[in-house]
Design a binder for this molecule. Sequence first.
Ligand code: AHR
Length: 325
Amino acid sequence: MILNRRKTLTALACASLAALVSVAPGMAQAADKALTIGFAQTGAESEWRTANTDSVKAAATAAGVTLKFSDAQQKQENQIKAIRSFIAQKVDVIILAPLVATGWDTVLLEAKKAKIPVLLESRSVEVKDPSTFATFVGSDFTEEGRRAGKWLIENSKAMTGDVNIVELQGTVGSDPAIERKKGFEEALKADPRFKIIRSQTGDFTRAKGKEVMEAFLKADGKKINVLYAHNDDMAIGAIQAIEEAGFKPGKDILVIGVDAVKGAFEAMIAGKMNVSVECSPLLGPQLMQAAKDVVGGKKLPRWIKTNEGVFPAEVAAKEFPNRKY
Ligand code: AHR
């Protein structure tokens, strides 16, 4: 679905209406019933993910929901096992943060047959039957990629000649990695000066971001003008590699990240990072509302989108005290 996510989501608006109408009566329960929700989380790969887990747990407690939490440690098979266990336990709703986009058809169909609505959060999926999930709560990752590209266009005007970019991608096959790459390339494609000279996964972690950046620097060193990292954790790991290689991050190499976590603000205030495109992990309250609504028989929109901005280094010190994650 990732290639044509928007198209699919739109097309699904119609399909899902029919699906929800047919599923909702069986699933509708008293809106004030105390819910039990199973949450199949990806793991704890980043500062963002920890904030996301905390947000869901806090919102569940505040809403009087019993939350069964599963940390898949970055393995899809663990998430599939967790979903099957939630089905066996007859939870009211399942929240899934899908590690990757594909490979969910069978288990989501099992949840649908058990009449347990599934809410996707933080990443989306590519499935044959879109009625197997009730909604996606999360960001527009393509737009995040575009915003990163637009920032670079605006802030590289003084550069002469080619602008050599290295890219640290997120987890292979994950929705945000695919879409952030796509949006970034889309924003830059009109100007041939921008060249992505290397692109490799850093799996959304600091350790891998550092390791891959070390390899980029070894291969291309002085040629690199810009680092685009699909999340701040990888950018922060890469900053260390840049410094160890004797370059100045934020100056010799522009550093662009995504998420806008506190760690990125600290790096920006220290002059080592140039911008972070926001991606909010604070999805807990929207998820609890969506869970109550779907159990109560209400029709959910196909996509509950988060509102986000862009934080360049110039505003970091002023914004830092307001950051919640
Ligand atoms: O799905 C959202 C992404 O997952 C965040 O950008 C990243 O930091 C996290 O691991």
